[in-house]
Structures are given as structure tokens and as C-alpha cells.
Design a protein around this ligand. Sequence first.
Ligand SMILES: NC(=O)c1ccc[n+]([C@@H]2O[C@H](COP(=O)([O-])OP(=O)(O)OC[C@H]3O[C@@H](n4cnc5c(N)ncnc54)[C@H](O)[C@@H]3O)[C@@H](O)[C@H]2O)c1
Ligand SMILES: CC(C)[C@H](C(=O)O)[C@@H](O)C(=O)O
Ligand SMILES: [Mg+2]
Length: 353
Amino acid sequence: MSVSSIDLAVIPGDGIGPEVTAEALKVLTAAVEHDGVEVNPTHYALGAQHWLETGETLPAAVLEDLKTRDAILFGAIGAAPGDTRIPSGLIERELLLKLRFSLDHYVNLRPSRLYGTVGSPLANPGEIDFVVVREGTEGPYVGNGGSLRAGTPHEVATEVSLNTAHGVERVVRDAFRRASERPRKKVTLVHKHNVLVFAGHLWKRTVEAVAQEFPEVTHDYLHIDAATIFMVTDPSRFDVIVTDNLFGDILTDLAAAVTGGIGLAASGNINMDRTAPSMFEPVHGSAPDIAGQQKADPTAAILSAALLLDHLGHHQAARRIETAVSADVESRTGAARTTAEIGEAITRAVREA
Ligand SMILES: NC(=O)c1ccc[n+]([C@@H]2O[C@H](COP(=O)([O-])OP(=O)(O)OC[C@H]3O[C@@H](n4cnc5c(N)ncnc54)[C@H](O)[C@@H]3O)[C@@H](O)[C@H]2O)c1
Ligand SMILES: CC(C)[C@H](C(=O)O)[C@@H](O)C(=O)O
Ligand SMILES: [Mg+2]
């Protein structure tokens, strides 16, 4: 689906969010210019800072407005862990997760690729090119829990993981479909069905059933704890990983670390049925420790813009971004560059492509 303009919602958020989003928007705009496509951005002030100023997290009218856009470019939200003015989890739950849930972003797509050997802490990383298909609307993220006798020595807190046959099946089928289009055609289910038997067996049975539809795709299984070992000792074994919301969250920060750092890790929160706009964001957070200093690497946000363009059908523009990023990352010498310097270098390369 190619259109001549992109009606883009931009949510820069908090901390380094605005810094990296500004660069991603520049690169995205340059990438589609080649094809005569315009980007019309609408910026939305949302996040922890906005809540401090207004008491708003995600007003209903703003959510409705967001639904009218082609896609959402999201920076990062969240307060510094020690900031006691903002209740822990408020912005994460009431803004970010509310967006993912309300817009039915059931595929949380998180690709990991190693550009040369630059930046990997592994001695022999091998070729790393896999994608994590993280379930995005269920699991322990649904807020199904509570606390009895809170604050007393007899407190009992629960946080129930919700897994529906519908929710698991649609994300597993997406993982198999993606694997069927990749050279290695392999799906690895990551779970913990030796302990989480109810949810784990639903995931396992679903993988076995969906696998019948994709005879060309092989599949295997790893418990999450073992998966973290192999992510470090043998990451090139992975092609497509499918996993639940929480395991996927943890595994993708680790995947980022072994492939050059969190500053390179992109993601898409995708509604594959296209009943609402999808949202693209770096895997990282608002990084309060480096915010406002132009120290953040905008590459993760820039690669998220490439995922956005792929989703909207602008594949050539997405490839221009990936090629420019790949060249930029491979030529890095370790000398410090500002967020804007990295963004401008990649924008220039995209423009000249
Ligand atoms: N999607 C999101 O918006 C999102 C994701 C993760 C965390 N958060 C929130 O962000 C806040 C901070 O969380 P955290 O510290 O656990 O995780 P974080 O990802 O913000 O930071 C972890 C570490 O990675 C570094 N880092 C992150 N992005 C970087 C970049 N682009 N370039 C260079 N270094 C980078 C940070 O400086 C920090 O040392 C919290 O409020 C958390 O809830 C939001
Ligand atoms: C901030 C938080 C809700 C979020 C998550 O857990 O999904 C983040 O860690 C991420 O990886 O996007
Ligand atoms: Mg995370």
C-alpha cells in the first residue's frame, strides 16, 4: 500500500525520547522524499512530564485522534526510577501499554542484527540476524492482579498472566509466516512450560498445531532460562523467536546488548489486521541518566522508522534507511558523536542514496 503522503502521529515522550525522535523523523522524511512522498507529522505531548504538568496520561479524545493517523512514531516515556513525584508504573501502564492494548498491537516485532562485529561484547558472535515476535497484548501485562492487606506483613500480591487461545494463535501464526519468508525458516518458541504449565502448554500446543500449516518451517523449543544462555553463547542459532509479553521484554534487552547495544534496537507494535495504526519505537526507555545531553544513540529510533515504512508499504525507503544505518554503524570508530550528529550523518546518506 503506497500513498503520496504519510499522516504521522509523533509522540516524543520523556528523557531522550524527544532527542532520538527528532532524528528519526528527519531520516524518515528524507527516505520517502525520493519517492515523492510527504510526511505530515502531528506532535502529541504525552508522557511523565506531561502528566506532571496536566495530570493527563492518555485522554480519550487523544486516543481517538491517534486512531485516525497512518502510523505512530513513539520516542520513549517514563520517569527516572528515583522520581517520587510520579507513581511507579503510571505512565507505562496508562499511556504506553494502553496504546498497545487499545490499538491491538498484538505483534511486538523486535529484530536483532549484528552489523559486522562492531560493538558486540561477545568474542565470537558469529552472524546474528533474528527477530523476536513478542506477544503484545496479553501475558502478565494485562493488569490482572491485586494486593490484599497491602503494606502489612501479611500482604499477598498477585499478577496473573492472561493467555487466550485467540491471542496466542494469532501471534504464533505471524511468527511462522515471517519464518516462511526468511532463508532459514525456523521458529523457536521460548517459554517456561516446565513450571508455567497452563500457559506454557497452550503456547506449545498452539505452535504444534500452527506448524502443520507451514511444513517448510522447522521449529524447536527453549525454556526462557536456557534461551538467555544461548542468546549469549550461540545467538546465531536463532531465526524467529516467538514468546510471551514478559519473556519477550527481557529477551530483547539481552538481544540488544549482544548485537551492539540498546541504542541500536528497534521495534514495531503492529496491528497486523490493520484495524488501527501501528506504533514504532526504540526498545529502550527514556534513559534519564543521559537525557538532555545529546549522548543518546538515535539509531534505534531511526531503525524503528524503517520498520514503520515497511509496514506502510514503502519498502524501498525502508531499505535506504537500513543501508545508511548499516554503513554508519560499521564505520564507527568509537569517537563520541552527538545524537544530532549521528542523525544528520544518516539523513545525509539517505538523501544521497
Ligand atoms: N518504550 C518505552 O518508552 C520504555 C522502554 C523501557 C523503559 N522505559 C522507561 O524508561 C525509564 C528508564 O528505564 P531504564 O533505565 O530501565 O531503561 P532505559 O532503556 O531507559 O536505560 C537503560 C540504560 O541504557 C542506556 N540507553 C538507553 N537508550 C540509549 C540510547 N539510545 N543510547 C545510549 N544509551 C542508551 C541508558 O542510558 C541506561 O544506562 C523508566 O521510567 C522506564 O519505565 C520506557
Ligand atoms: C516501559 C515498559 C512498559 C516496556 C515493556 O515492558 O514493554 C518497555 O520495557 C519495552 O520494552 O518496551
Ligand atoms: Mg523493555
